[in-house]
Design a protein around this ligand. Sequence first.
Ligand code: AHR
Length: 314
Amino acid sequence: MKKFLLGAALAALATGATAQTIGFSQIGSESGWRAAETTVTRQEAEERGIDLRFSDAQQRQENQIAAIRSFIAQGVDAILLAPVVATGWDNVLEEASEAEIPVVLLDRQVDSSDDLYLTAVGSDLVHEGEVAGEWLVENKPEGECRVVELEGTTGSSPAIDRATGFRNAIEGHDDIEIVRSQTGDFTRSGGKEVMESFLQAEGGGENICALYAHNDDMALGAIQAIKEAGLDPGNDILIVSIDAVPDIFTAMAEGDANATVELTPNMAGPAFDALEAYLYDGTVPPKFIQTESTLYTQDDDPMAEYEKRKDLGY
Ligand code: AHR
C-alpha cells in the first residue's frame, strides 16, 4: 500500500490531477435511502469531475465481486464498495490491494482485515439501534410492551448491528420484550408481507405494542399492513425505524409513524474527500469516517423535514 501511495501521489502531483476514474459497486435499489445514496454519489462525482463507473449488483454479492474484478481490470484509480453482506470479501479485497487500488467502504461494514481497505464511511450502526431502543424505553405505554422487529438483509452489517443496539437499549427493562423478529430484506414489500404474518400470529395485532424496523421502507410497508388489519399505526402500534426518508416524515405528519433515526445518504462526499487527499499527497484517512445519527419524532415538524429531503433522489 505504501508503494502505491507514493506512486499515486507522485503521479497526481505531476499531472495536477486528483482521482479521475472511480468504480462504484452499489448493492441495488432496495430502499428509498439506497436510491438517494446512488443519486448523491453520482452528483458528487459530477461536481468533482470524476468519471464514475457504476455497477448495480441487484442484491447479489457475486455480482459485486465480479464488478470489483472488472474495475481492477479497467485500472480505475479507486473503488467504492457498499457491501451487501459482511462476510466473503477477503479474496477480492486482496486482489484490489495487490493491484494497488484503494477501496473505500460505504454505509456497511465487512469482517475482513481493515488493512484491505483504505477507509469506511458510515454511521455507528449499533448506536442507531440504541437510539431507536432508547426512544421506545422513554415512550412506550405503561405496562408490558411486546415488540416485533423487521430485520434488514440477513448477514448485512446494519441488520446485525441495529439488532444488537436495540437489544442493548432495552436490556434491564423487563416490561419490554421482542416477541417476533424476521427479515423484510430492507424492502417496503418485504416489510408489509412480514408484518401481515406478525399481525396474524399476534391476535390480529392486539398483542403488539411496538414495531422496530431496521429501515423506514419496511416500516412504511408495515404501516400499510397495520391499516389493512383495521388498526391505527402510530397509536395502537408504536413505530420506530431508521433512515429518515421523506415518506416516513409524511407518515409522521399523519400520525402513522413515531420516530426515525437519520442516516445521511451522502457517504460519497466524505469518501471522495478522503480519496482525493490520499491520492494527492498520501494523506491516510482514519479507518472509519463516522456520519451523524439524529433522532426525529412527530415533534420535529415532520413536513418541514419532508420538504428538505423530497428532491434529494429518495
Ligand atoms: O446500509 C444502509 C441500509 O441499507 C439502509 O438503512 C437501508 O435502507 C438500506 O437498504
